[in-house]
Design a protein around this ligand. Structure first.
Ligand code: CP
Length: 314
């Protein structure tokens, strides 16, 4: 299987099969269990880290993953500090960065930017989030976290709450979960509803889904609750953002109707939609989720650079 990943772009979740996802998760488990065995795996490899939109977790966990594997990192953060600001195209940027690095990680505020970059790239692109589009490496760490917590990915009832319109993590995770059966629940105000494109995908895959405005209506059903931030940066109308930003606030009282072992997840950052009092619950796993970004991104870097040689994994 590893040869399928060498030099490959990881841009959108619908470009990965179930078997490929499971393979990435298997290597991620190995990276977590035996991290020190791989501290030289990417020695001599250069990772370009291009973040044209704010990030803490994705950028730092990718860079941490690179360092854990012995790679070097070159980076630029913010459009203003790259030649995109002078009008350079993503195509030309890709040509140049391909000359300086062996793998390119990019976050960009525009949907489709990673595909645009890939057109000019001679090296593999890892999409670290393109506007409201996709965030495949987040989804892989989300799946890793769910599997670790629930023991399986199959047949789960997963509820998404918050900004389902602009939330790329929701779009990517819903897409990936199609392979694993179960049911999906979409809880949002109408203004932030899950786009039809993703609902049609579920229809085509025969995955049942439910749409609700009140979290209470679906909470008792759920095995996983995936909470999201309302994406201020995607709104044209600031007043509408202010009206919607705290449409849902999860506190301990909210959760009384939930199954006691319902996993509470969030891609983070949070801006008030989960109260800190929830953090102490054993099923609040969002910080563990963020931590899992390192082994998952180690696996991805090793695979696309061709440095993962099919070592036997435990
Ligand atoms: N989850 C996530 O993408 O976080 P950052 O924006 O901090 O990278």
């Amino acid at each position: 299987m590893q040869e399928k990943f060498v030099g490959r772009h990881i841009i959108a979740m619908d470009e990965l099969s179930r078997e490929e996802i499971e393979y990435i998760l298997e290597i991620s488990r190995e990276m977590e269990a035996n991290r020190d065995n791989y501290s030289d795996l990417l020695r001599g490899v250069i990772v370009a880290s291009l973040f044209f939109e704010p990030s803490t977790r994705t950028r730092m966990s990718f860079e941490s993953a690179a360092h854990r594997l012995g790679a070097s990192v070159i980076s630029t953060t913010g459009v203003k500090f790259s030649s995109l600001y002078k009008g350079e195209t993503l195509y030309d940027t890709a040509k140049m960065v391909s000359a300086y690095a062996d793998v390119i990680v990019m976050r960009h505020p525009e949907q489709g930017a990673a595909h645009a970059l890939a057109k000019g790239a001679d090296k593999p692109i890892l999409n670290a989030g393109d506007g409201p589009g996709d965030h495949p490496t987040q989804t892989l760490l989300d799946l890793y976290t769910i599997q670790k917590n629930k023991g399986t990915l199959d047949g789960l009832k997963v509820g998404f709450v918050g900004d389902l319109k602009y939330g790329r993590t929701v779009h990517s995770l819903s897409t990936a979960l199609r392979y694993f059966g179960g049911e999906q629940y979409f809880v949002s105000p109408p203004q932030l509803a899950m786009p039809d494109k993703y609902l049609s995908q579920l229809d085509d895959s025969g995955i049942p889904y439910h749409i609700a405005e009140q979290l209470d209506d679906v909470l008792p059903e759920l095995d996983v609750l995936y909470v999201t931030r309302v994406q201020k940066e995607r709104f044209d109308d600031e007043e509408e953002y202010e009206r919607l930003k705290h449409f849902y606030v999860i506190d301990q009282a909210t959760l009384t109707k939930a199954k006691p072992d319902m996993a509470i997840m969030h891609p983070l950052p949070r801006v008030g939609e989960i109260k800190e009092e929830v953090d102490s619950l054993p099923n609040a796993i969002y910080f563990e989720q963020a931590k899992n970004g390192v082994p998952v991104r180690m696996a991805l870097l090793a695979l696309v650079t061709g440095k993962w040689g099919g070592q036997s994994v435990s």
